[in-house]
Every structure is written in C-alpha cells, then in structure tokens.
Design a protein. Structure first.
Length: 421
C-alpha cells in the first residue's frame, strides 16, 4: 500500500510570428484618389490580438505619379514579430485640362483681326504640361481676306495624356466695293452716229481683293436718238458683293445733212439740221427745230423755200421763226408750189412734190437776203419726217458769186436722220 507521487511540467511556447493577411499592391489615380487610413489585419496562432504598427513609409512619387511603400510589423505576446510591405501605385490615366478656347465658331469681317484667347492648361496630378499650337488659314486662297482660320491647341502631360481643342474663325466680305467717283464720266450729250467713249472706271474693295468693273446700257446704245441712256457701271468683288453708279448720256435725235443736187439752176451746198425741240423752256420736246444755211464755199444765195415730206398722221400745229412767211400742207404729197417765186416745178418729169412747203422771207434780195434761218415747227418730231421715201427741196434765188447773183436754183437731197424706232 505504498503510494508514490510524480509531477510532470508541460510548457507551452510560441515560436511562430504572426501572419499578415493580404498585402497586395493597390493602384490609385493621382490627383483624385488618396490613401485611406487603415490598419492591416494579421493573425497569430497563440495571440488573438497581435500588435500591429507601421514602421516606415517611402514616398517616391514625382508630380503625383509613383509609389508609396509602407512597412508594417505585427508582434504577438511572445515577442515574435512579422514584417510586410504595402505598396500603393499612383498612376495618371486622365487627360490634362485645357480652357479658354471658345466652343462656338466666330464669324468676322475680312478687315477684323484674328482674336487671341487666354489659354489656360493644367493637370490634376500637378505634372508639368506642354502646350502646342497648330494653325491653318485659307484666307486669300480664292478671295483676299476671305477664308477660314482653324487653330488647334494640344496639351500633353508628363504621362503622355493629351487633350486638344480647336477653334474656327470664318472671315467674310459682306461689304460692297466702291467705284472711284472721279472715274465716272459726267453727263454727256452726243449726236446720233457718235460712239460713246468707254471710260476707264476702276473700283476698290475693303478686303483689298480684285474687283471686276462692267457696264450695261439701258436702252442698249446703238446710236439710238432722242433718248437718255443710263450707263450703269457695276463693281463686283470676288465675294459677289456689288455696287453701281449711273452715267447719263443724252443722244440727240436729229437730221444733219446737205442738199446740193440740182434739177434747175446752179448747184451749190445747203446744210440742213433737224432736231427735236422744247418750245417752252423746261417743257417736253414738242417741236422740231429746223436750221437751214447756205454753206457752199463759192456760191451764196437768198433762201426762199423749204419743202419736205411728213409721215402719215403727222400734223403741224404752228410754225414760227424770224424769216417765216407762210406754209402749206398737202397730205397727198403733191405740193410743188407755194407762190410763183417759191416753186419746185421743173417742168415735165422734173417736177418734185412734197407734203409740206415753207416760204421764207420775201421776193428779191433787196428786202431781205437770207443765207440762214431757224424755224420752229410745232406738233411734230423728227420721227415724223420721212427720210425713207421722201426728200428735202430748197428753193433759192439770187444765186451767184460776189455781186454777180443773177441765177436761181431748185435743189434737192435725201436726209439722213436718226431714228428711235
């Protein structure tokens, strides 16, 4: 019944350090993301609450991009310690910022200057950014000062991210060119048959581009008498803006010819000019002005009668002038005699017949010796004088040279007149 006692001591030791849970690398966007305060987890087989502490941190970021490496330790109650690193990678995948470029296109006149913009550029990571500017300008390609200017600004950050913005400025020409006033001829008056000299009219444009100067006549000028022609000068620039000014040209409606054919007596030259006339100052053209003169270089004469033809329907209402004596009208065109002294009878087949006969002055040069006269014939125009089938006749007495003026003559000739129709 002897009893012995034996003691056994069991010692529990902890020789294993704690173990950190996941310490994988984390990627963050610089300028946006930050490291959120945290404590990593670690576990130990013997110590349920090991002591965890950060023992160091290395920040190698440049311009916000790079790594932050934190070193952590976990120590259990037995003094066993473990160490682990946590790495945060800061990256820049976002484009930099660019401001100051308007969103809408500008429309400007060709004379306006290209606007300058306050361009601002930056990056969320505070990296150094570079600005590049490219410009394309089509002004002057087809029309001076007119075209499109396109400017593009590009910003690049240190990570190679870029952003670009473009702005378009349209340059227009909406202003008409101007004709140089001194080049536009003053109002002029021409006789039918004359040609109008074409002036050297020039123009200028606010954009400095070429201008085309043309002219049109209304009505078309073709020695058309009795009208006022408006010659419209038009300057057109390459943007098709135009401006016009009018040159006024009056073409006189008149007959201006000479009579020298003779069927009785001596042949000599008599000039006749017939033009439309306003019998009332400032009034309309209501009459014909007939100017008759002996223009022969050798012979002189006393004018006694004028004969001519009128178109059907024309009616003379009055005739006056310093040497006017009387007149007769024969609508049948058979008039060849006013008085014994004022006659176009030549005998037989030589008789010349007319619609109208006008007696000038009196018989004999002792009372009046008329070498030229002016008559106003109211109620007709030069268009009423028949120059197609008719002729003018002149009766003259006291024809001769110097004091020897014993001859008489009956002259005729076909007028050359302008016509407005």
């Amino acid at each position: 019944g002897n009893l012995g006692t034996v003691s056994q001591t069991i010692t529990f030791v902890d020789e294993n350090p704690p173990v950190f849970d996941s310490m994988e690398e984390t990627t963050l966007e610089c300028g946006i993301d930050t490291i959120t305060p945290y404590t990593p987890d670690a576990h130990d087989t013997c110590d349920s609450s090991p002591t965890i502490a950060m023992t160091g941190s290395i920040d190698s970021r440049v311009g916000g991009v790079g790594t932050v490496k934190e070193t952590w330790s976990a120590t259990d109650c037995a003094g066993n310690a473990a160490h682990a690193d946590k790495t945060f990678n800061f990256v820049d995948t976002l484009a930099p910022e660019l401001s100051g470029v308007p969103d809408t296109a500008y429309d400007l006149e060709c004379t306006e200057a290209l606007p300058q913009f306050p361009i601002v550029h930056s990056d969320k990571c505070d990296q150094t950014t570079s600005l590049n500017h490219v410009e394309e300008d089509s002004r002057g390609a087809t029309c001076q000062g007119v075209g499109v200017n396109t400017r593009t600004w590009t910003v690049t950050d240190a990570s190679g991210n870029t952003v670009s913005k473009s702005h378009v400025t349209n340059f227009h020409d909406t202003t008409a060119p101007w004709l140089k006033v001194d080049d536009i001829p003053a109002p002029s008056t021409l006789t039918c048959g004359d040609s109008i000299p074409v002036a050297a009219v020039t123009a200028a444009d606010n954009c400095g581009g070429p201008t085309t100067v043309t002219h049109t006549d209304s009505p078309d000028f073709d020695s058309v008498p009795g009208v006022v022609i408006s010659r419209t000068w038009t300057a057109t620039d390459c943007s098709l803006n135009s401006a016009s000014q009018v040159e006024t040209i009056t073409v006189l409606d008149e007959c201006d010819f000479k009579v020298s054919s003779v069927f009785s007596g001596v042949s000599f030259e008599v000039s006749i000019k017939v033009s439309n006339y306003a019998s009332v100052a400032g009034g309309g053209l209501d009459s014909v002005k007939m100017e008759v003169a002996v223009t022969d270089p050798i012979y002189t004469a006393d004018l006694r009668g004028i004969f001519f033809h009128l178109n059907a329907g024309a009616a003379i209402t009055e005739i006056y002038g310093n040497h006017y004596t009387s007149h007769q009208v024969d609508e049948q065109g058979q008039l060849d005699r006013l008085t014994n002294d004022v006659s176009m009878k030549g005998g037989g087949k030589n008789a010349h017949k007319y619609n109208v006969g006008i007696e000038i002055g009196t018989r004999g040069k002792s009372k009046d010796d008329i070498q030229s006269t002016v008559l106003i014939i109211k109620g007709i125009s030069t268009d009423d004088i028949n120059d197609t089938t008719g002729e003018f006749g002149i009766r003259a007495t006291s024809v001769g040279v110097g004091k020897n003026r014993e001859e008489s003559s009956k002259l005729f000739g076909t007028p050359t007149c302008c016509r407005s129709a």
